[in-house]
Design a protein around this ligand. Structure first.
Ligand code: ADP
Ligand code: MG
Length: 275
């Protein structure tokens, strides 16, 4: 088993890309599971009303389940909605429910509406007995108040890029938004980590996209790329990450490699990131 030393500090990452279907949720849950399998204590916060991250982690999230909605709107403590995943006790999830769809509107009239997740997370981290190593926030594709809450609570932006046509479309908009958040809400926010996903070694296009992204962002792109793999896409239907569903598959190996890189690069690597 690979030995990994976690830094002792909690790294809070928001997994963001303003396009849907690029692998945000898949990356969130599999990197989280990989980090937990390496010995880390990891919390996934599911901020997408669709609740795909909760599903993939095998966490019940029916309408009655206490969820991130209650945290953001009803002042419920984050500790009271967090559930351990069935596959690993070090892997925790604050689930989303369908109510979160309304939170986008309901937040508008709340006090400190952009900081509610940040405040709830700080309170939770302060009262935990054992420190968390990573918090990964799965965002919806839109730039609404939910995503702004994620950007405000995080210090690192983690950008998955799909190795497909139009991969770089919308990226300058995302970077512009990160700059706006830095300026007005969260000066510590940095784009630290880019992961190329759904890489298809058989197509020239995948390689072209990968080369182009590496040309634009040399320091932030992880060396590991995630291959397109059926095992990765079918794992959620079993309420599992690919790490537990098929730990020897190419997708699981790649996600563990990527997680290892993230830990090894550490926050020092993160500091070099630009936004
Ligand atoms: P997002 O959260 O950005 O909308 P998802 O993570 O839900 O994107 O991924 C979109 C679709 O692509 C899903 O059906 C998912 O199963 C599939 N997918 C993601 N990564 C891979 C991969 N490495 N190989 C095959 N399918 C993938
Ligand atoms: Mg998603």
């Amino acid at each position: 088993k690979t030995q990994v030393s976690f830094s002792g500090a909690t790294r809070v990452m928001t997994i963001s890309n303003q396009k849907g279907g690029v692998g945000k949720t898949t990356t969130t849950v599999n990197i989280a599971a990989a980090l937990a399998s390496l010995g880390g204590q990891v919390l996934v916060i599911d901020l997408d009303p669709q609740g795909n991250a909760s599903t993939a982690l095998g966490i019940p999230h029916s309408a009655e389940t206490p969820s991130v909605y209650d945290v953001l709107i009803e002042d419920v403590a984050l500790a009271d909605v967090i559930q351990p995943s069935p596959e690993n006790e070090r892997l925790l999830c604050a689930p989303s429910t369908i109510h979160l769809a309304g939170a986008e509107i309901e937040l508008v009239t709340q006090v400190a509406r952009e900081q509610r997740l940040k405040t709830a997370l700080a309170e939770y981290l302060k009262h935990r007995d054992e420190p968390l190593d990573f918090v990964l926030i799965d965002c919806p594709p839109s730039l609404g108040l939910l995503t702004i809450n994620a950007f405000t609570a995080a210090t690192e932006v983690f950008l998955p890029i799909q190795c497909e046509y139009y991969a770089l479309e919308g990226l300058s908009q995302l970077l512009g938004n990160v700059q706006l958040i830095q300026k007005h809400l969260n000066p510590r926010l940095r784009l630290t980590t880019i992961l190329l996903t759904m890489f298809d070694a058989r197509t020239r296009l995948s390689q072209q996209v990968a080369d182009e992204v590496r040309g634009h962002f040399s320091g932030e792109v992880l060396e590991t790329v995630i291959p397109r793999s059926v095992r990765v896409s079918e794992a959620p239907s079993f309420g599992k990450t690919v790490i537990s569903y098929d730990g020897n598959s190419a997708g699981a190996i790649a996600y563990r490699e990527a997680a290892l890189e993230i830990v090894r690069r550490g926050v020092a690597g993160a500091e070099e990131g630009r936004a």
